[in-house]
Design a protein around this ligand. Structure first.
Ligand code: AMP
Length: 115
């Protein structure tokens, strides 16, 4: 699926707006969240535009797996002994950017259940 010129994360992929990119390969880009909720708060996104994780699973389970693999690698590089990975799907779940993205959160204690 092509990139969407109106999508903020597609603009980050293309380098049209700045981001603090921490990892990049053919399938995924990872960058620090602008409004971090933990010492590590990285967003891992596919380099194709798709609105959420469910749609990504239908289009490419391989890229979905690559997102988790990148998150695991980033967490390992940072020596995180525990971390949380979250896909918000839909406005009622808190999704505000409709380009699939995995939140990688760590570096502090994380309560459960989440809010
Ligand atoms: P969500 O609410 O699950 O859709 O998450 C969207 C996330 O994107 C939020 O945590 C925002 O802080 C983050 N965000 C929005 N714009 C940017 C940006 N330009 N660079 C980095 N993070 C961003």
């Amino acid at each position: 699926m092509a990139l969407d010129p109106t999508c903020i994360f597609c603009k980050i992929i293309q380098g049209d707006i700045p981001a603090d990119i921490v990892y990049r390969d053919e399938s995924v880009v990872a960058f620090n969240d602008l409004n971090p909720q933990a010492p590590t708060h990285v967003l891992v996104i596919p380099t194709i535009h798709t609105p959420n994780a469910s749609e990504l699973a239908k289009i490419s389970p391989t890229i979905l797996a690559a997102i988790f693999s990148a998150a695991s690698s980033i967490a390992g590089d940072r020596g995180l002994d525990g971390y949380r990975t979250v896909f918000n799907t839909g406005e009622s779940a808190g999704q505000s950017v409709f380009h699939a993205h995995l939140h990688l959160l760590g570096g502090r204690g994380l309560a459960w259940p989440p809010g």
